[in-house]
Write a protein that binds this ligand. Structure first.
Ligand code: ASP
Length: 474
């Protein structure tokens, strides 16, 4: 057991966590798991987040201080952003292709979908939203009796509290002007930005600004600061190593906690949750699986000479498993940086620039999920979206994924904005809410794999990839 590679230990932790949750749920111990095991999962996420912000700060400053010429930085930034954008658009398009081909929302029986459609039209009437496909079930006499029943049901349905708070967060994001993201990127007080995990872009902005300024002051003055930053960077990297030693146990606790909360004292509850949303979940998982197992490795291995499928996965699997267990790209970031640097041989400068930005703005899994979810919900309500409307989804899903914080469920909040932007009822997120956590785990894995892929390709194109370390992966 001692000599087993870390990723195997993490997989074992993960599987045992799931088994333990099911067994304890059938024995009626789920409260015990939630009270005594789940908190260790939270401790793990806290530890990772604790490291993430200072690590990003020091590693970006260190990376830029080692660059010597700022033109290189501009080139690196352009390439990185271009790759991030292209992979995101491809990911959303694959999602749209799948959801249109398999149409999971149309597999529900027609009577239910007709009621859903009527509810949609009533909602549109009440809120003044335009009916997207121009059809009118409310005007059709054959549905008159259903309309009354659906109206009655809608009046008695009280919105879920959890959903209301998500809608509230989305509203404050949506009310902002078009340049607000740019304004939000520039901090007025860096200590406040360091205080809040959601403000990673501000930390990145400050670190780049600081690093560029550092190389433009006299060398003898800059040197002690560079030495300090180097030292701090090493300390935080070492912390990642320490925390990772205990990762298999923490992952066990995380998984046991997540499943126990879903199952309560009835393991069948998990199966029930997935039953109604089975096809939808399958389409999302198929799309995400395509990205992880086909798209990224093919892209990375064709554009990077000598990199094989096996080497690629062996190098980044600890980060992938951690992304899956924590549902947070931000919490996974320290480990992603470790894997990309030590196992794939990407230079420190490239890693520290490409990955923190990627964790915040590059979310291919999230954007694919949003595209699939919107079209599924429209199908479920018998609303036919035109190609033009679907292209609006591509655009908003891409922008929304950039705006999503790298934390659990962030994508669900942004989904509200995507739904609103195409003129659909944002409360529909309630329908897919039950399966969100599991799908979040999968999409976070895609997000992290995408970041690793782009980091490798960009590093190779800049001559910043040390391929000698790959022999350890064979
Ligand atoms: N949890 C995702 C991440 O951290 C974001 C989301 O899709 O909710 O990458």
């Amino acid at each position: 057991m001692k000599n087993l590679a870390l990723h195997w230990k993490i997989i074992i932790g993960l599987i045992l966590g799931v088994i333990f949750a099911f067994v304890s749920s059938s024995l009626g111990w789920s409260k015990f798991v939630v009270d005594w095991i789940d908190p260790f999962g939270k401790i793990f996420i806290n530890l990772l987040k604790l490291i993430a912000v200072p690590l990003v700060l020091f590693s970006i400053i260190k990376g830029i201080a080692g660059l010597h010429d700022t033109a290189k930085l501009g080139r690196l930034a352009t390439k990185t952003l271009a790759f991030y954008l292209v992979t995101t658009v491809i990911s959303v398009s694959v999602g749209l292709l799948l959801v249109n081909t398999f149409a999971p929302g149309k597999l529900v029986d027609d009577a239910q979908r007709t009621d859903n459609r009527i509810a949609y039209e009533i909602w549109a009437q009440e809120t003044g939203a335009e009916i997207l496909d121009g059809k009118c079930y409310l005007c059709d006499d054959q549905y008159a009796s259903r309309v009354e029943i659906v109206r009655g049901l809608m009046d008695t349905e009280a919105p879920d509290e959890k959903l209301l708070s998500k809608m509230q967060s989305a509203k404050s994001t949506k009310d902002a002007g078009p340049l607000q993201p740019l304004v939000d990127m520039v901090p007025s007080n860096i200590f406040l930005s360091l205080n809040d995990n959601g403000l990673m872009l501000q930390v990145i902005f400050f670190a780049i600004f600081f690093g560029v300024t550092l190389i433009s002051i006299p060398k003898d003055l800059a040197q002690p600061i560079i030495g300090f930053v180097d030292g701090m960077n090493e300390v935080f990297l070492k912390m990642v190593d320490f925390v990772m030693q205990a990762a298999p146990f923490f992952v066990f606790a995380l998984l046991a906690g997540v499943i126990s909360k879903m199952a309560g004292d009835d393991p069948n509850a998990v199966i029930e949750i997935f039953k109604g949303l089975g096809w939808y979940s399958l389409v999302v998982v198929a799309g995400l699986g395509f990205m992880i197992f086909i798209f990224y490795p093919t892209l990375a291995t064709t554009l990077t000479k000598g990199l094989t499928y096996k080497r690629f996965f062996k190098a980044i699997s600890p980060a992938q498993f951690l992304a899956f267990s924590t549902s947070s790209s931000a919490a996974t970031l320290p480990v992603t940086m470790d894997c990309v640097q030590d196992n794939l041989g990407v230079s420190k400068e490239t890693t520290s620039f490409v990955l923190p930005i990627g964790a915040t703005v590059n979310m291919d899994g999230t954007s694919m999920y949003q595209a699939i979810a919107v079209v599924f919900l429209a199908q479920f309500h018998m609303v036919d979206l035109s190609i033009g409307q679907q292209l609006t989804i591509v655009l908003t899903a891409t922008l929304a994924s950039i705006g999503s914080a790298a934390v659990p469920s962030a994508g669900l909040i942004m989904l509200i904005i995507v739904l609103e932007s195409v003129g659909l009822n944002p409360a529909w997120i309630g329908i897919i809410f039950p399966v969100d956590r599991i799908l979040d785990m999968c999409r976070t894995t895609v997000n992290v794999t995408g970041d690793c892929t782009v980091a490798t390709i960009v590093a190779d194109s800049e001559g910043q990839l040390n391929k000698e370390v790959w022999s350890a992966l064979d």
